[in-house]
Design a protein around this ligand. Structure first.
Ligand SMILES: N[C@@H](CCC(=O)N[C@@H](CS)C(=O)NCC(=O)O)C(=O)O
Length: 199
């Protein structure tokens, strides 16, 4: 059985949600970042990690894409044009959204206090709105990023949206607001989100 390591109130939520969407069996081990248990499987101590057949996979996107490929759902097959377009969404969200929120978090509570640059947050909030608008133009009236089919970057984006709101970022008006509302009403998301009580 798969083992998902990491508290649900972190990027681990992405993996838990993917497990629920795919209807897979898994054991959830809600270890905090940098805990002894995480350091045993990942030298950086970061969460999440997946254990499968005694092998460890780290990084939420690598894990989600592995599960999607392995189980043939929530992804287009490798080598197709659709997969390239799907991956281009994944890269954009990692570069232009996750990186922005993560930079704000690092400069708020992750970095040692004397290394933080709190002034950067105003620029990050401006950049975030710009990224959201660009993505809003790409999604238009589509139900999901790739049209009718939900894929890996939908989980990535929706998780970033919730994380951003909690961190005080503004979601600009436009199609993404309705998209986030639809996504977080999904039963699989709600089942995964309920695991946050582990924190
Ligand atoms: N790109 C990685 C980032 C993992 C990551 O930074 N996780 C955070 C929690 S959401 C963490 O463990 N932080 C602890 C630290 O930075 O030391 C992923 O998506 O899994």
């Amino acid at each position: 059985m798969y083992k998902v390591l990491g508290m649900a109130a972190t990027r681990t939520l992405r993996v838990l949600w993917m497990m629920e969407e795919l209807g897979l069996e898994y054991e959830h081990l809600p270890y905090p970042p940098r805990s002894k248990e995480m350091l045993e499987v990942n030298p950086s101590g970061k969460v999440p990690a997946l254990i499968v057949d005694d092998q460890v996979i780290i990084d939420s996107v690598a894990i989600m894409q592995f599960l999607a490929d392995k189980h043939g759902d929530m992804t287009y097959p490798a080598g197709t044009i659709e997969r390239a377009q799907q991956d281009s969404f994944t890269q954009f969200i990692n570069d232009e959204i996750d990186a922005i929120i993560w930079c704000a978090a690092r400069n708020t509570f992750i970095l040692p206090e004397d290394k933080r640059v709190p002034e950067i947050k105003a620029t990050l909030k401006w950049e975030f709105v710009r990224s959201m608008k660009l993505l809003g133009e790409r999604i238009g009236d589509n139900e999901f990023l790739m049209g009718d089919k939900m894929t890996v970057p939908d989980i990535l984006l929706t998780h970033c949206g919730g994380w951003a709101r909690m961190a005080g970022f503004e979601i600009p008006d436009g199609p993404l607001k309705a998209y986030f509302k639809r996504m977080i009403a999904r039963p699989a998301y709600l089942r995964a989100y309920a695991l946050r009580k582990d924190k």
